[in-house]
Design a protein. Structure first.
Length: 339
């Protein structure tokens, strides 16, 4: 039996009665043809079942239609960011490739090198450290930082106002009579940890409450998803054994929160009757827990959209932007007044 040849660009042009250049312009979303012509070309593509060779195209133009997203762990927060990235990528005919560094700088650099070898159009990165070293041979790939900042890079950044968000959570607990407020932080040194710690301390000082280092615990330690969940668990277990345990706890990310709630349940401490609790990052399951959790909510989907917009500006015009999005305190039933 004779093998059927795959349709070519020439076949599409012939069927649509246009030039090969016109077909190429339509495929690359260049607005150089009338809508009627675009429709005719797309109909010819559909009828012929044409699919262009992306590998050959990548070799020709030097970049692919791929955007890389590198996240530090399996926090559902990053899944929401991915949703926004995917939605915005549709406007640019891009697809997303996702990799997890699990808070390893070595792994992160390996992924950056792998994506660069695939000639991605850009990389969206939540860096695992406060400083980013990218080898010179890889610096041609545009990088946009998301969620976390780095000190030594002139790169676009999309982040949340972490200081303000942490301040809101701490202030709310203070205004409800709590003076011993435990805080569980992620890996020390990364920008989000430093900023959330700063907001917590600012709120305590604003209300004349002494900062007690015994109530501050780090649950990340740069080693990924399981460690953060366990870190939240261990932090609570240590807090409740203090001579003066906290009356309220603030967990500053979703994974830490999971571990913290697990520990409170094992210790048979009822929320909010025996201890008040505020977490970070809103998800549907938090509305159906008993009680529903009060949360500092990040606009994660919008962060993803903004990251792609920042990448486009950086690629096309070398414009470096910093976007800061506001956080919201969603009050449910996981804290109570003790005044």
């Amino acid at each position: 039996m004779e093998n059927k040849k795959n349709p070519t660009l020439y076949d599409v042009a012939q069927k649509a009665n246009v030039s090969i250049t016109t077909v190429s312009n339509v495929l690359n979303n260049k607005n150089e043809a009338s809508q009627k012509t675009i429709d005719r070309v797309n109909e010819a593509i559909r009828q012929l079942g044409y699919s262009r060779n992306e590998s050959a195209r990548t070799l020709k133009v030097g970049t692919s239609k791929l955007v890389g997203l590198i996240v530090p762990d399996n926090n559902p927060f990053f899944t929401q960011i991915l949703t926004g990235i995917h939605e915005e990528c549709q406007n640019h005919d891009w697809q997303v490739v996702v990799a997890t560094s699990e808070e390893s700088e070595k792994r992160q650099n390996e992924v950056i090198e792998m994506l660069s070898a695939r000639q991605v159009s850009g990389i969206i990165l939540a860096s695992v450290t406060s400083k980013l070293y990218v080898p010179e041979k890889l610096q041609k790939v545009p990088i946009v930082l998301i969620d976390r900042e780095v000190e030594n890079a002139n790169l676009p950044v999309v982040k949340a106002n972490n200081v303000e968000g942490s301040y809101k959570a701490t202030e709310t607990l203070i205004q409800n009579g709590h003076r011993r407020i435990g805080i569980i932080l992620a890996s020390p040194g990364i920008s989000t940890t430093l900023q959330r710690k700063e907001g917590y301390i600012q709120a305590l000082k604003r209300y004349g409450i002494e900062v007690d280092e015994k109530l501050m615990f780090y649950g990340g330690d740069y080693t990924g998803t399981k460690t953060q969940i366990n870190g939240g668990y261990q932090a609570v277990m240590k807090m409740i054994q203090l001579p003066e345990p906290p009356t309220a706890i603030f967990a500053t990310n979703h994974l830490l929160m999971i571990g913290a709630v697990k520990a409170l349940k094992e210790a048979n401490l009822k929320i909010p009757d025996e201890i008040s609790f505020i977490g970070f990052d809103d998800h549907p399951w938090q509305e159906i827990t008993d009680p529903p959790f009060s949360i500092i909510s990040q606009p994660a989907v919008e962060m993803g959209r903004q990251a792609i917009q920042a990448l486009q500006k950086f690629k096309e015009k070398n414009i470096v932007t910093t976007t800061v999005l506001q956080l919201e305190l969603i009050t449910r039933n996981s804290y109570r007044s003790i005044t």
